[in-house]
Ligand binder design. Structure first.
Ligand code: CAA
Length: 259
């Protein structure tokens, strides 16, 4: 995989892959090429049997400061429609393997939306989350009004989206937007540790469980419960279910093969 704006490292010994956003001078502003590279990397990693969890990170100053304003500034509505930049973002939510965002510095606009599209967020004490699009005459376009509202509730989302104010990592933790806050030098390591814990589990059970949690966002409770039940039964079609339950009974660690 050859990329200009991202770096990909497959740490096979731990079954965890790392994607680093790499446009540091522009605070990792998410231009079309970067997002297309990210989509392609996620498709490849999702297809790679050796990879069981993915960590997505930026650098200490910025996870990502949003969609690339310079690239969008002169565009018309029809240009935006034709470019359809958010269709590349759809791959992130389609990725079957868990993605953990490790966020330091700015996670703004599309950067905050990108982090929220991941399955979990580990943030450093320096992280700042925000949807400041209102200050440049637009509004969030990649899930900011929807995922943020579902994560932190209407009044807090309304304040962030309508005023553009940033929230700290501590506030984000308090609001339920992120999983944990750690010192900046621990952020990536902590996200990788979380990813390794997931990578140790049955990849089939992880995939079905992730699918089921996400189902809660767009189904009624009854539909979600039925979906969950079917996925639970489906895990019994795997060798990993036998391995996991037998290992428990035999008082040993399971060795999940993803079969
Ligand atoms: N797009 C393009 N370039 C960006 C950018 C963005 N979103 N964010 C930062 N940059 C560039 C700056 O233009 C600057 O480039 P130059 O050195 O060439 O001037 C460089 O990155 C460093 O940025 P600053 O000098 O501004 O750094 P700062 O520390 O003074 O401020 C900041 C940091 C508060 C994050 C500020 O850069 C900022 O407000 N950025 C824009 C944030 C924003 O509005 N994001 C939403 C974008 S729209 C969107 O994301 C739509 C959507 O829903 C998908």
């Amino acid at each position: 995989m050859n990329f200009e704006y991202i770096k990909v490292d497959r740490a096979y010994e731990t079954n965890v892959a790392l994607i680093e956003l790499n446009r540091p001078k522009e605070l990792n502003a998410l231009n079309l090429q970067l997002m297309s590279e990210l989509r392609n990397a996620l498709i490849e990693l999702d297809d790679d049997e050796e990879v069981r969890a993915i960590v997505l990170t930026g650098n200490e100053r910025a996870f990502a400061a949003g969609a690339d304003i310079k690239q969008m500034a002169g565009k018309s509505a029809i240009d935006m429609l034709e470019i359809d930049q958010f269709s590349t973002w759809d791959q992130i939510k389609k990725t079957k393997k868990p993605i953990i965002a490790a966020v330091s510095g700015f996670a703004l606009g599309g950067g905050c939306e990108l982090a929220m599209t991941c399955d979990m967020i580990v943030a450093s004490e320096t992280a700042k989350f925000g949807q400041p699009e209102i200050k440049i005459g637009v509004m969030p376009g990649a899930g900011g009004t929807q995922r943020l509202t579902k994560a932190i509730g209407k009044v807090r989302a309304m304040e962030m989206v309508l005023t553009g104010k940033f929230i700290s990592a501590e506030e984000a933790l308090d609001f339920g937007l992120i999983n944990k806050v750690v010192p900046v030098e621990m952020c990536l390591e902590e996200a990788i540790t979380l990813a390794k814990t997931i990578a140790f589990q049955s990849p089939i059970a992880v995939r079905l469980a992730k699918e089921s949690v996400l189902k809660a966002f767009d189904s009624t409770l009854e539909q979600g419960l039925m979906f969950e039940r079917k996925n639970f039964y489906m895990t019994f079609a795997s060798e990993d279910q036998k391995e996991g339950m037998n290992a428990f009974i035999e008082k040993r660690k399971p060795d999940f093969k993803g079969k």
